[in-house]
Design a protein around this ligand. Sequence first.
Ligand code: BTN
Length: 326
Amino acid sequence: MSLDALILTSLRAAGDGAVSGAQLSQELGVTRAAIWARIEDLRSLGYDIEASPHRGYRLLNAPDVLHADDLISRLGATQVIGRDIRVFQETTSTNDVIEKLARDGVKEGAVVFAESQTKGRGRLGRGWMSPAKRGLWFSVLLRPDLRPQEATRLTVASATALRRAIELQTGLKPEIKWPNDILIGGSKVAGILTELSAELDRVKYLILGIGVNVNLNPGDFPAELRKLATSLKAELGQPVSRPELAVAILRELDHDYARIDPGQFAALADEWEEHGATIGREVVIRTGDRQIRGRAESLGEDGELLLRTVHGHLERITGGDVALEK
Ligand code: BTN
């Protein structure tokens, strides 16, 4: 951990109490002057840190910015996800940045956030609007030991984790639309773009690109999206802390990444189905030029959608777009 992350961790551990410069300097093995310099720097980033000559330092408030050291200090220890966190002010797409890291051999669990994206992309070749400081736009690098056809399990894991984190942080009750759209009241609040690099029988790396509309106002959405999309702020009537939500999502992702093993996947799929807006519904699936109509019955053992077509056949759907009929 960097010195900033260690300082923020100590200040948070003290809760409402203060930590003296002497204590920090002793714990972290640097001079009190070095601690003071870092505190000043954190203050310039918007961290409200009280400094009292008698009591020491106290963290009063953290800004709604994404700062790698802060995210690392809030997250604490995880199994895999978030071991390496990087934040960019602006990128084309965080999936592009993480893909480059993947090709450079960076370990799985690395996460790249951007405050804004100039070429954010969604599923099926669509764009993804990513205005500065209004949402969470980030990508996670994974190197799962899976065959390509089993990778849909990660789609299921990431959707359950994202849904749960949103509920834990906001109290809202999001639903999942297959494969991994997160909806509130039927409008989309978050989406996941899974990109894969694979050999015939082995996934080399997998990128989860996650976009959450956190503090967008209805007017931030272009007119054509206003009926289809929403934000947590719009649903809750008040802004949501992006760093707190970011860390909650990483924690839940780390938890659910461990549940993609065959022995645990059934429970994960049950959780997905319990909060799904798709199972039991009449749907139309569009994949390429094909359109399949039927009833969504359940998730298959690798997270594919099992669809009973109007002709009575059971189809395994692994991609495409789902429209809910009734
Ligand atoms: C979808 O629902 O169509 C998926 C949207 C995924 C958007 C995120 S934002 C962070 C990451 N970078 C991108 O370019 N896309 C994903």
